[in-house]
Design a protein around this ligand. Structure first.
Ligand code: GRG
Length: 305
């Protein structure tokens, strides 16, 4: 992609991020929503700290773009997208906790347990996890009931024990017993891949797309998930190299049990190119209309943040 293309893609990504943030801002007011009793101020502040703090908003962007391509109602798609970002941000808050990765910084700011306290960070994550399903299931997500139910169910599967949470559990196990290559791939497909897969499938579900389109988008999401993780592993290697000799942070050396550590940087880059090619081919039937999704795959594979 040339510089003009990159700028225009980044503008679209930023535009989507702003729309998602505006909706999350609304959902994270201190005023109770209908049916709620009260909203503790400190908890809401911690949740806001964990959500309204930048972030690329890649997952919601994928929801919005697949939804747009397949003709889902825009307002509903935005709510589907925002609910997914709540899950992602909850996972980051919990992942940063002392019992997990014990990180002090996230998105360039103090992590939630540092800015508040550990118990509040746990609750902020819990609050976001439940808020995700509130946003998705509420009647304001103006989709047929069966469609909303399918989204709720698929999000639960992607985020739960057979998806992200299960992947995190496998990651903890991997610190004791190093997984083989198949184990690494499975762990990554669950821990980070499942939400990206859901992001693309969700756009198709919201659009009530036919089975062929849903399968195509789901596969696209899987490929994007693989590319995301491979790029993340490469970024770890480069950031480790950049911080060599300095305090490199808890995640430094995460390069250990990864495809990059098994096969090296060059093979990883080749695989990334192959994944972008595969993603591009998958979008061919939609022609130019899928250009942004193809660019998103390229962005994810080549990202430097
Ligand atoms: C604790 C339940 C629980 C799950 C944690 C996904 C995950 C599982 C932890 C995240 C740990 C981590 C930093 C993994 C590397 C890949 C990743 C998810 C990076 C952050 O995602 P980005 O790059 O971040 O989309 P932004 O800040 O842009 O949203």
């Amino acid at each position: 992609m040339d510089q003009v293309g990159k700028d225009s893609f980044n503008n679209r990504l930023d535009g989507a991020a702003a729309r998602v943030a505006a909706l999350l801002e609304l959902m994270l007011r201190e005023t109770p929503l209908k049916g709620e009793i009260a909203r503790p101020e400190r908890l809401i502040s911690a949740m806001r700290h964990g959500v309204l703090n930048g972030g690329k908003r890649i997952r919601p962007f994928l929801v919005l773009e697949t939804a747009r391509l397949l003709g889902a109602p825009e307002d509903a798609a935005l709510r589907v997208a925002a609910s997914l970002e709540c899950i992602h941000c909850y996972s980051l808050i919990h992942d940063d906790l002392p019992a997990m990765d014990d990180d002090d910084l996230r998105r360039g700011q103090p992590t939630v347990h540092v800015a508040f306290d550990e118990a509040t960070a746990i609750l902020a994550g819990d609050g976001l996890l439940t808020l995700a399903f509130d946003i998705l299931s509420a009647p304001e997500t103006a989709l047929p009931d069966t469609t909303r139910l399918a989204l709720v169910n698929q999000l639960a599967r992607a985020a739960g024990v057979g998806g992200m949470v299960g992947g995190q559990a496998l990651d903890l196990q991997a610190e004791r017993v190093a997984p083989d290559e198949a184990g690494i791939v499975r762990l990554q497909a669950m821990k980070t891949g499942a939400l990206l897969r859901y992001a693309c499938a969700a756009g198709a579900i919201a659009a009530q797309a036919d089975a062929e389109s849903l399968a195509r988008m789901t596969r696209f999401g899987e490929i994007v998930g693989l590319a995301f993780q491979l790029a993340d592993d490469l970024l770890d290697v480069t950031s480790d190299a950049a911080t060599l000799g300095k305090a490199a942070g808890k995640d430094a050396g995460r390069g250990k049990g990864t495809l990059v550590s098994l096969h090296g940087v060059d093979v990883a880059r080749q695989r990334l190119d192959g994944l972008v090619e595969e993603a591009t081919l998958l979008m061919q039937p939609y022609g130019a209309a899928a250009g942004t999704l193809v660019e998103a795959a390229g962005f994810i594979a080549n990202r430097d943040r």
